[in-house]
Design a protein around this ligand. Structure first.
Ligand code: COA
Length: 232
C-alpha cells in the first residue's frame, strides 16, 4: 500500500530531480520506452526521460499496488498516455532537471513544468492571447521570462488535461496573469452551450510550489481538488 493514499478529491504531484542517468531505472521501462531512451544521445535528456518514466511507473505501481514494470500504457488520439485497466488519471512533464507526475482518481489531469529561460532568450510570444499579451507587456523587463513561463505552464497544463496538447493553439486560451491566482479565464471557440469560453467539465488550475528556476502548474477537469505535493 502507498505510504500516503490518494483519495478522491485529491491530486498528488510528485517532483524529482533528474541529475544523472541511472541505468537501473531503465529496467522499469517497457520496450517502447526503452527504444526512445536508447535513441536519446544527450546525457541530460536521457536522465530526464528515464527519471520521468521510472517515477511515473513507481508511483502508479505504489498507488495501484502493482508491479511498476508490468504496467502497460495506451495512448489517446493526441498521445496522452493512460492505463486502460485502472481508474487513475495521470500526467507527466519534464524540463531541464525537473520531472513531475500528477495523479488523481477519476478527474483528467495535466501537469506542466518548465525551466525559466535565460532573460536574453527569445520567447514565443504568439502563444499568448491578446489579453495575456496586453498584461505581459506591462511586466517589468527583468521579470518577463518568469512571467512568460507561468503563462505557458498554466496553458499547457490545461491542454494536457484535455489531452489535446499543442493540437490546440495555446493563444486561444486566456489564463490569469502570473501575479494572480491560477485560473482559466477564457477558451476562445470552446463553447459547448454550457457557458461561453469554458470547456465542460470546468477546468481548475493550480500553481505548483516554487522550485528555484522553474514554474509548474496542474489542471484538473471537474473538482475542486486538494493538491498534495509529494517528492522522491
Ligand atoms: C504533450 C505536449 C503538450 C508535450 O509538451 P512538452 O512541454 O514538450 O513536454 P512535457 O514534458 O511537458 O510532456 C511530455 C509528456 O506529456 C505526455 N503527453 C504526450 N502527449 C500528450 C497529450 N496529447 N496530452 C497530454 N499529455 C501528453 C507524455 O507523457 C509525454 O511524455 P514523453 O514525451 O516522455 O513520453 C506536446 O508535445 C503535444 O501537444 N503533443 C501532441 C500533439 C502533437 O503531436 N503535436 C505536434 C507538435 S505541434
Amino acid at each position: 500500500m502507498p505510504e500516503i493514499p490518494v483519495r478522491p478529491g485529491e491530486c498528488h504531484v510528485w517532483t524529482a530531480r533528474a541529475v544523472c542517468v541511472a541505468h537501473d531505472l531503465a529496467l522499469l521501462l517497457d520496450e517502447r520506452e526503452r527504444r526512445v531512451y536508447e535513441s536519446l544521445t544527450e546525457e541530460r535528456v536521457r536522465a530526464q526521460y528515464v527519471t520521468a518514466h521510472a517515477l511515473l511507473r513507481t508511483v502508479l505501481g505504489e498507488v495501484l499496488d502493482r508491479d511498476p514494470a508490468a504496467l502497460s500504457f495506451a495512448q489517446g488520439p493526441h498521445g496522452k498516455p493512460y492505463l486502460a485497466d485502472a481508474p487513475v488519471e495521470f500526467s507527466l512533464s519534464h524540463s531541464g532537471e525537473l520531472v513531475a507526475v500528477a495523479l488523481s482518481l477519476g478527474a483528467p489531469v495535466g501537469v506542466d513544468v518548465e525551466r525559466v529561460p535565460v532573460p536574453s532568450a527569445e520567447l514565443p510570444l504568439p502563444v499568448l492571447s491578446p489579453a495575456e499579451r496586453a498584461a505581459y507587456d506591462l511586466v517589468p523587463e527583468p521579470e518577463r521570462a518568469a512571467a512568460f513561463t507561468t503563462y505557458w505552464v498554466r496553458k499547457e497544463a490545461v491542454l494536457k488535461a484535455t489531452g489535446e496538447g499543442l493540437r490546440v493553439d495555446p493563444a486561444r486560451l486566456t489564463v490569469a496573469a502570473p501575479d494572480r491566482p491560477a485560473r482559466l479565464l477564457d477558451w476562445r471557440g470552446r463553447d459547448r452551450g454550457r457557458g461561453a469560453g469554458q470547456p465542460h467539465p470546468p477546468v481548475r488550475l493550480y500553481d505548483l510550489d516554487a522550485v528555484d528556476g522553474y514554474r509548474g502548474a496542474v489542471a484538473l477537469l471537474g473538482g475542486p481538488h486538494r493538491i498534495v505535493p509529494r517528492s522522491r
